[in-house]
Design a protein around this ligand. Structure first.
Ligand code: GLN
Length: 312
């Protein structure tokens, strides 16, 4: 089947999203997120040939939040290898991103690395007796390397707010520490986690950062391996099964691509060996995933035929 050119598809989607009435609700647990207008929508696609297709607010910075869990996991796997899986599970949680109940049933082992509890263990692994500031500097270097863009920063105001309002994350970390699954003082581990969540990027930068997952683990800028092809596949499998919390099944059903959402309204979605896609719209659905971001990806796969369940 012949498909429309991507520059037209992203323009059409941005225009359609600008008209949408049901835009979801912007996260309001910190003022920095609550003050962002739900009118925004941005989309960026980077393909295997290195072309970029952008529309809407694709150059506007937003809080990357839980999408950073993909990159932190990649770094932690690089540091400790598959031993990581002794401390974090690989099952969809079926519950909210900040849920605590399953930790009691499962002896402090979080269900997967993409819910908060799992990501906090990943932060603890990255900490490995370093200072949080050194780990965050390393994380920022990693993100700059993946995008080829040295302007990427952490929003320190967001990081401070995360820290001031993060009681639930403190509870998750303390509870896991009681089971021996957090190895550092909770403040240090969360120092990494809160700063990591506060990464600020735009859609184009985020799509660039996702390229190694599109390209079988290779950074297209350098030709160097970020992860092995097998590890890239496994990270994508986790995104597919766990990337949208208790909305992961619905996302797989509607979009059919591995994706990871963040409470800032971003979603990173990957078409293996074809494209890395980032969408952003701050209004969230009842599961805490971008309302229009999901709709836009659904439109995109209808227009392009992209799916991990069909050859492209
Ligand atoms: N910083 C947020 C939190 O820990 C991230 C959650 C998210 O993006 N879903 O609550």
């Amino acid at each position: 089947m012949k498909h429309d050119p991507l520059e037209l598809v992203v323009q059409d989607i941005a225009e359609e999203m600008a008209q949408a009435l049901d835009r979801g609700r912007v996260a309001d647990y910190i003022p920095d997120l609550a003050s962002v207008s739900s009118d925004h929508f941005g989309i960026a696609i980077v393909d295997m040939e290195g072309r970029s297709f952008v529309a809407g607010d694709a150059q506007m910075q937003f809080s990357v939040q839980s999408i950073t869990k993909v990159f932190a996991l990649t770094m932690a796997l690089g540091a400790v290898g598959d031993g990581l899986w002794k401390r974090v599970g690989r099952e969809p949680s079926g519950s909210a991103f900040n849920s605590i109940v399953q930790l009691e049933w499962e002896q402090g082992i979080p269900r997967n690395p993409f819910i908060n509890a799992g990501a906090i263990v990943v932060s603890d692994i990255l900490l490995a007796s370093h200072e949080p500031s050194a780990v965050i500097a390393e994380f920022l270097r990693f993100m700059r390397m993946l995008t080829g863009d040295d302007t990427i920063v952490i929003d320190e105001q967001v990081a401070r707010s995360e820290c001031e309002t993060g009681n639930r994350n403190v509870a998750l970390a303390s509870y896991m520490r009681a089971f021996g699954n957090i190895h550092h003082p909770v403040e240090k581990t969360l120092g990494v986690y809160f700063n990591q969540c506060s990464l600020s990027m735009n859609c184009h930068q985020l799509a660039l950062a996702g390229r190694f997952l599109m390209a079988g683990g290779i950074n297209p800028d350098t030709g160097l391996s970020v992860v092995t092809p097998g590890r890239a596949r496994r990270i994508l499998a986790l995104m597919m099964t766990c990337g949208h919390y208790d909305g992961s099944g619905e996302f797989a059903f509607r979009v059919g691509l591995p994706g990871k959402s963040g409470v800032g309204g971003g979603i990173l979605a990957i078409v293996p060996h074809v494209a890395s896609i980032a969408v952003w719209s701050p209004g969230l659905n009842e599961r805490g995933n971008s309302q229009l971001g999901t709709l836009a990806l659904e439109r995109l796969v209808q227009r392009t035929g992209w799916s991990v369940f069909e050859p492209n």
